[in-house]
Write a protein that binds this ligand. Structure first.
Ligand SMILES: Cc1cc2nc3c(=O)[nH]c(=O)nc-3n(C[C@H](O)[C@H](O)[C@H](O)COP(=O)(O)OP(=O)(O)OC[C@H]3O[C@@H](n4cnc5c(N)ncnc54)[C@H](O)[C@@H]3O)c2cc1C
Length: 496
């Protein structure tokens, strides 16, 4: 059996390692193998490993934050497989931080009701996971190729049978796995690498796969507001007592939510955005200096170093922070074993909509999702190439054209950041769609730009259709959650 895995983050490498035990595996990555969202993860990975915790409590926390759109079956798969996923990462060589007693140390984060977040190297969890995976990949029998962008999936009689690369090479496979990560790079300010442009979602759509909940993009409340590529200031700082202050030095979250700084991300991001608008400033302040330099340097070495490199010292006083595009909850619809609605095509990790996050992701659940569902994908491939049944619900079917490329990344960033960002309105979203309609030029050297444009368009379409605010989707013209909208958005192309 031949398996093609597209992506070298946690989802892709874990699938490839497991699949190499029973198949010939090729793994592709469009940039350097470690240029992933996985490598950037800071805070950690959540799992109910403590004797005071259990998968049902973890599931309940996840479902509460998901604003009515989590698939309970997927959430239970996530939390029930969580402990096994951590054990596997330990076996693969990830050295999670331990207390002096030798026990794994667990941190508290927003929306989790108990400490359950494992971390490595303090706040360099992703770096440790990525390195361990790359070490194992180097030893495994996998054909690994970096600097290769997949531009199209190959279809034969309604089945996915491989992919075509930017070098026009066709790679045939019995099963193809999308592990292409997120879509933060559709926006001007993002914590993601520029490679995270939602390619896999567009590839799947063009192949006829169903997409779900595309409008739900999470904006991380706290990136360091110093311009350029956003440096993430981990949620874990707020877990350790960091306070958000407005321009006048007043505590920002105390009046907004009972959990204050540990409220769900969308609540915190929206409160920061509103405060910035009120005070006509491009940042608010985050202060954790009261925890002392010794503690902060040991617990947050990455954030401490990264902020210092950008001119700010977390041990000395408040630092300026602002929201940045961070995580895409929506994506390629899958069942709980990572099957898409196209036979032969699987998806895992951030590019998938497994149903585990609903309308709002809980911090530290996405690394877990990548670890758990990649293992489920590998197991499902072994049992055959079957497709997921189409879920119940109204599907918005769109024609294949017009789907041209944005003229440039700047045009795409401006459109998405201005009209489909942290807060949205019908007028703004219509303006975005008019721009997409005007773009006809597909003559671009960058193979990802047409894919990114299609994914961006779907986000804007879905955001316009959802006439309510829910989870990370905030409509200024429909500020409330509406019971009639407690349903998924489903999109599919009409393939002739
Ligand atoms: C700054 C930051 C901090 C985070 N912190 C946390 C955290 O503490 N805890 C947590 O749970 N989550 C965190 N997340 C989210 C988490 O890191 C990601 O959701 C997760 O790592 C996604 O893994 P993945 O394998 O799906 O994708 P990625 O790790 O992003 O890998 C995607 C891969 O796909 C490849 N690719 C994309 N398109 C193509 C194409 N067309 N052709 C070929 N290859 C392609 C890329 O090159 C890359 O190799 C964080 C994210 C960021 C950005």
């Amino acid at each position: 059996m031949r398996i093609l895995v597209i992506g070298s983050g946690l989802a892709g490498i874990n699938t490839a390692l497991l699949a190499s035990e029973f198949a010939a595996v090729t793994l592709l990555s469009k940039a350097d193998l470690s240029e992933t969202n996985t490598r950037r993860a800071q805070g950690g990975i959540a799992a109910a490993i403590s004797s005071l915790d259990d998968p049902d409590t973890h599931a309940a926390d996840t479902i509460r934050a998901g604003a009515g759109l989590c698939d309970p079956q997927a959430v239970h798969a996530l939390t029930a497989d969580g402990v096994a996923a951590i054990e596997r990462l330990l076996r693969l060589g990830v050295e999670f931080d331990r207390a002096e007693s030798g026990e794994l140390s667990l941190a508290m984060e927003g929306a989790h009701s108990t400490p359950r977040v494992l971390h490595a190297g303090g706040d360099e969890t992703g770096l440790h996971i990525q390195s361990a995976l790359l070490n194992r990949l180097a030893e495994a029998d996998v054909d690994v190729r970096s600097g290769v962008t997949v531009t199209e999936l190959v279809m034969d009689a309604g089945r996915c049978v491989g992919a075509i690369t930017d070098a026009r090479e066709t790679i045939l496979a019995d099963a193809t796995v999308l592990a292409t990560g997120g879509a933060g790079a559709l926006y001007r300010v993002t914590t993601n690498p520029l490679t995270a442009s939602g390619d896999g979602v567009a590839l799947a759509l063009r192949a006829g796969a169903l997409l779900r909940d595309m409008e739900f993009v999470q904006f991380h409340p706290t990136s360091l507001a110093v311009g350029g590529s956003a440096f993430l200031i981990s949620e874990a700082l707020r877990g350790e007592g960091a306070r958000l202050l407005d321009a006048t030095g007043e505590r920002l979250m105390a009046q907004v939510h009972p959990d204050a700084e540990l409220a769900p991300r969308s609540v915190v991001a929206n409160a920061i955005s509103a405060s910035m608008q009120r005070d006509a400033t491009d940042h608010v302040w985050l202060d954790i200096s009261h925890r002392g330099a010794e503690f902060l340097q040991a617990r947050f070495p990455g954030v401490h170093r990264g902020a210092l490199e950008r001119g700010w010292d977390i041990t000395a006083g408040p630092i300026p922070v602002a929201p940045a595009a961070h995580y895409h909850m929506g994506g390629v619809y899958t069942d709980i074993d990572g099957r898409t609605t196209v036979p032969g095509l699987f998806a895992a990790g951030e590019c998938a909509s497994s149903g585990a996050h609903g309308a709002n992701r809980v911090a530290s659940n996405s690394l877990l999702e990548a670890a758990v569902f990649s293992a489920r994908v590998a197991a499902a491939i072994q049992t055959g190439p079957a497709a997921a049944p189409t879920p119940a619900g109204q599907i918005d079917r769109m024609p294949l054209s017009p789907h041209a490329s944005a003229p440039s990344w700047d045009d795409l960033h401006e459109t998405m950041s201005e009209f489909a960002g942290i807060t949205r309105t019908a007028d703004g979203l219509r303006s975005a769609l008019e721009r997409f309609d005007r773009w006809t030029d597909t003559d671009t050297e960058d193979p990802s730009l047409p894919l990114a444009t299609l994914t961006a368009r779907l986000i804007a379409e879905a955001a316009l259709q959802r006439r309510e605010s829910r989870g990370a989707h905030l409509r200024l013209d429909f500020p409330d959650e509406r019971p009639s909208w407690r349903r998924h958005s489903l999109h599919q192309l009409v393939i002739e």
